[in-house]
Design a protein around this ligand. Structure first.
Ligand SMILES: Cc1cc2nc3c(=O)[nH]c(=O)nc-3n(C[C@H](O)[C@H](O)[C@H](O)COP(=O)(O)O)c2cc1C
Length: 215
């Protein structure tokens, strides 16, 4: 492949920041909040985007989603409950999330367990979405095979017509939120010579144990 020579030589040294155990918050969610705020300030693109990994039998599956809140010690995201990921989560509630903030040379890995958020929480958030996104959530049978782009456009147009005179579009029951309760959170800060900082919080009963990991 043409790109291989370039790939082998692509490398940058990370040296802008460091992460030390003594500077870490006791609560990893506070530490996460701090880093997310910093990634916003640093104008990282889509700082709330993360990769969600689920397990389908023995096959891991990943895709990008958007974090929409941190409430009651849970990371919240929204999706279609009937999507592929929805049925995978029905089968196995264990997930992994990965955030990447390249301009700050940072990664956060989270492992945990999901549950659906309350209907009230999903309703509240659905009403805050732009009308087009609300219609899209209703129109699109996420993860199902569609014949072509025209078929998709038709589904949207029909949904738009159906709700033409309805101001407040109700949340469809197949769409809503999940909350991830973390059991492990690792903060990775790029350093020079590939000697990166890795601070890992592991849940031990009601508390969090902190440890430094080799890069
Ligand atoms: C930047 C970005 C943000 C996304 N955010 C969401 C999201 O918040 N919710 C969602 O259901 N899909 C989101 N998607 C689409 C998913 O990556 C995925 O295609 C979709 O959820 C279907 O996944 P599944 O078939 O594995 O269930 C996003 C994609 C990208 C690239």
């Amino acid at each position: 492949m043409e790109i291989n020579k370039t790939l082998e030589n692509l490398r940058i040294d990370y040296q802008s920041e460091y992460l030390d155990l003594k500077d870490c918050e006791k609560d990893p969610l506070k530490q996460f909040d701090k880093w997310l705020v910093e990634s916003l300030k640093a104008e990282c693109d889509e700082p709330n985007a993360f990769i969600l990994s689920t397990v389908k039998k023995d096959q891991p599956r990943s895709r990008v989603l958007l974090l929409k809140g941190i409430h009651d010690q849970q990371f919240i995201f929204y999706t279609n409950y009937q999507s592929s990921k929805g049925s995978e989560l029905d089968q196995n509630s264990k997930v992994a999330m990965t955030f990447l903030w390249l301009p700050l040379q940072r990664q956060v890995r989270i492992e945990g367990v999901v549950n659906k958020v309350s209907e009230e929480t999903s309703n509240d958030y659905f009403q805050k979405r732009p009308r087009g996104s609300q219609l899209g959530a209703i129109a699109s049978p996420q993860s199902q095979r569609v014949e072509n782009r025209e078929a998709l456009e038709k589904m949207f147009a029909e949904t738009e017509t159906k709700f033409k005179n309805i101001e407040l579009i109700p949340r469809p029951s197949h769409w809503g939120g999940y909350g991830v309760t973390p059991t492990l959170i690792e903060f990775w800060q790029g350093r020079n010579n590939r000697m990166h900082d890795r601070i890992c919080y592991v849940k031990a009963g009601d508390t969090w144990e902190l440890q430094r990991l080799a890069p």
